[in-house]
Ligand binder design. Structure first.
Ligand SMILES: O=C(O)CCC(=O)C(=O)O
Ligand SMILES: [Fe+2]
Length: 167
């Protein structure tokens, strides 16, 4: 990703630090008799730098917001979905985007997914890479520590976390 922006190879990875986190989350969505009324996961952006997701082999559910419309993420058996999280959006000064996504339920089948969230060491300050800021592209985000906590608290309150660290 650094190379694609003509940056030094470790421009992003150095910010993850020596004690970067890797969290696994296993999601279980039971069948739901009222899928029009009940979401599996409400709209959010991931707190991570990068998320790697293994979707259920048979049951769709993940949707991403594109131009204000929800778009299905299709099932491709055994394929991993690589998603970017907010911390990558911050470090890239908004060049790489952390998409809003949600999970819908259905009345036919339960659904399983497994997500791996890779994120910078919480105590390490992260921020936009210097050479991605200039007079044409000013700094969009402040430097932050412990972004995972900010993201979690905003999720609980129904706020968009990345908006709260915008300058
Ligand atoms: O279940 C899914 O497909 C996605 C779950 C998700 O967005 C998450 O765990 O952050
Ligand atoms: Fe997510």
């Amino acid at each position: 990703m650094s190379k694609s922006l003509n940056l030094k190879e470790n421009s992003f990875s150095a910010q993850f630090g020596e004690r970067a986190l890797m969290h696994a989350r296993f999601n279980f969505y039971p069948r739901c008799s009222k899928p029009d009324l009940v979401l599996g996961v409400k709209p959010h952006t991931d707190r991570s730098g990068i998320t790697i997701l293994l979707q259920d082999k048979q049951v769709e559910g993940l949707q991403i917001l594109v131009d204000e419309k929800w778009v299905r993420v299709p099932l491709i058996p055994d394929a991993l979905v690589v998603n970017l999280g907010d911390q990558m959006q911050i470090m890239s000064n908004g060049i790489f985007r952390s998409p809003m996504h949600r999970v819908v339920t259905n009345s036919e089948s339960l659904r399983l997914s497994a997500a791996l969230f890779h994120e910078p060491e919480p105590e390490k300050e992260i921020g936009p890479v210097d050479s991605l800021m200039d007079e044409y592209r000013p700094r969009l985000y402040r430097n932050v520590k412990n972004y995972g906590v900010i993201n979690y608290e905003c999720y609980q309150k129904g706020l968009v976390a990345i908006e709260t660290v915008k300058l």
